[in-house]
Design a protein around this ligand. Structure first.
Ligand code: FE2
Length: 433
């Protein structure tokens, strides 16, 4: 074997597991493997997980913080205005440079697959070209999936539909949309029909910014589920944000959730961004504005958490850390039960991998040896500590390393080292399993 990782804990609660890796793939996963590795790593009981996956991001805008100026109010509207000011000044070189830098951050955080929307409303399709170039360049270490995103509305902006089709022809993977931003509810519904039919014709996946508002009557998710089912697109469609569902009437939602489930439409919430951008017209009480995550999970709907923005016109924080995303999602959705907390870890790993349709993702023999060793004993501890990614493997090769979170104390009569892992305490790891 090229590599054997000894004594790992796994996200499903197993402990004391060895993982043998050969030719970039997982060969065996079992306790006390006989196989010897050319290299051996002792996980010391820490968690080994498949890599983090971000189902919703905007790589054309990332790390542009301060260009051409900073968003002073921190609101969505100033963010959109700022993006409008920045767009004409974008150059391909600068876009590529920022995206590559973000991918460096991602790899260091164990984030090895990202679905990024790319704005197609600039007739030059500069960002599309830049991100297709980035996709090729990062392919050895990161899966970048691109969504053709008509930020200004596919019907509202005169050239958006043509540009979206051009972007797909150039190699963009997924059909995007933004129905709640079209001029009328009817136009929004029409945009969903047009885009779903185009995706069905081309055999593509769909991921729309859908109902990203506090308007309880923004119900484009219903239309998205309808056309998904009508066109046989089950399992290939995602609704991103779905924040209006937070404010919808409970009776209507009781009809809506089974329809989403029946259509096999997945949901992608973006907790960091939803909690900061939604509810801005409220005084008090202020709505949280994140979609109904636990209720959708209870209905068997796949729900992923996305990062959405990092250091861009809409959000001045973030560092590519999907554990920070899961941490915020857990709090906003009040998912503090034991199973619910583990579901939040799944929402930044397995579930987005399924939504992206990633091949060979997971911990079973035969899967790619893409793995993250975390400075935590289980998924809940990983979220609590936003644990260090002590080792990140891509196809069995180490691509990033970080020191474990620890501190040295200088206090008389107290230990010199502080280790924040309670999983070290005998028995706790078993309980958390
Ligand atoms: Fe977005």
């Amino acid at each position: 074997m090229d590599l054997v990782i000894r004594n790992a804990s796994l996200p499903d609660g197993r402990h004391g597991i060895d993982i043998a890796i050969n030719n970039g793939r997982i060969a065996e996963v079992a306790p006390a493997l006989q196989a010897k590795g050319a290299r051996e790593i002792d996980a010391e009981g820490d968690l080994v997980a498949p890599p983090f996956v971000d189902a919703h991001f905007h790589m054309d805008a990332t790390l542009s913080y301060g260009l051409p100026r900073v968003n002073q109010s921190g609101t969505l509207l100033e963010g959109i205005a700022l993006w409008g000011e920045l767009k004409p000044q974008l150059t391909q070189e600068a876009l590529v440079e920022r995206a590559l830098q973000y991918c460096d951050w991602a790899v260091a955080r164990g984030l090895l697959a990202i679905r990024s929307h790319v704005d197609v409303c600039d007739d030059r399709l500069l960002a599309v070209e830049a991100l297709l170039d980035v996709k090729r360049r990062v392919a050895p270490y990161l899966d970048l999936q691109l969504v053709a995103f008509p930020q200004d509305g596919v019907l509202r902006s005169p050239t958006a539909l043509t540009n979206l089709k051009r972007a797909i022809a150039m190699g963009v993977d997924v059909v995007g949309g933004i129905p709640h931003f079209e001029r009328t509810m009817a136009d929004g519904a029409e945009s969903v029909r047009v885009l779903c039919e185009f995706a069905a014709e081309k055999g593509l996946r769909v991921d729309m910014h859908c109902d990203e508002s506090d308007d309880p009557l923004s119900r484009h998710i219903e239309t998205l589920a309808y056309h998904t089912q009508r066109l046989g697109l089950q399992g290939r469609v995602a609704g991103s944000h779905l924040t209006s569902m937070h404010s919808m009437d409970n009776y209507y939602v009781s009809k809506l959730l089974p329809l989403i489930r029946e259509a096999g439409v997945a949901a992608i919430a973006n907790p960091l961004i939803n909690i900061t951008l939604q509810g801005r017209h409220d005084t008090y009480p202020k709505r949280r504005g994140m979609t109904r995550v636990p209720e959708m999970l209870a209905h068997g709907i796949d729900v992923a958490f996305g990062h959405d923005c990092v250091m861009d016109p809409w959000y001045s924080l973030g560092s590519g850390d999907m554990l920070e995303v899961a941490h915020m999602g857990l709090h906003v959705a009040q998912m503090t039960g034991q199973d619910a907390m583990r579901a939040c870890f799944k929402a930044v790993t397995e579930t987005p991998a399924k939504i992206l349709g990633l091949d060979g993702y997971g911990l079973q023999p035969g899967c790619h040896a893409d793995l993250v060793l975390l400075g935590a004993g289980d998924p809940v501890e990983a979220i609590r500590l936003r644990a260090a990614r002590t080792l990140v493997l891509r196809r069995g090769q180490v691509v990033a390393e970080s020191p474990r979170a620890a501190a040295r104390l200088v206090l008389p009569g107290r230990p010199q080292q502080v280790d924040f892992r309670l999983s070290r305490r005998a028995g706790l790891a078993m309980k958390n399993a």
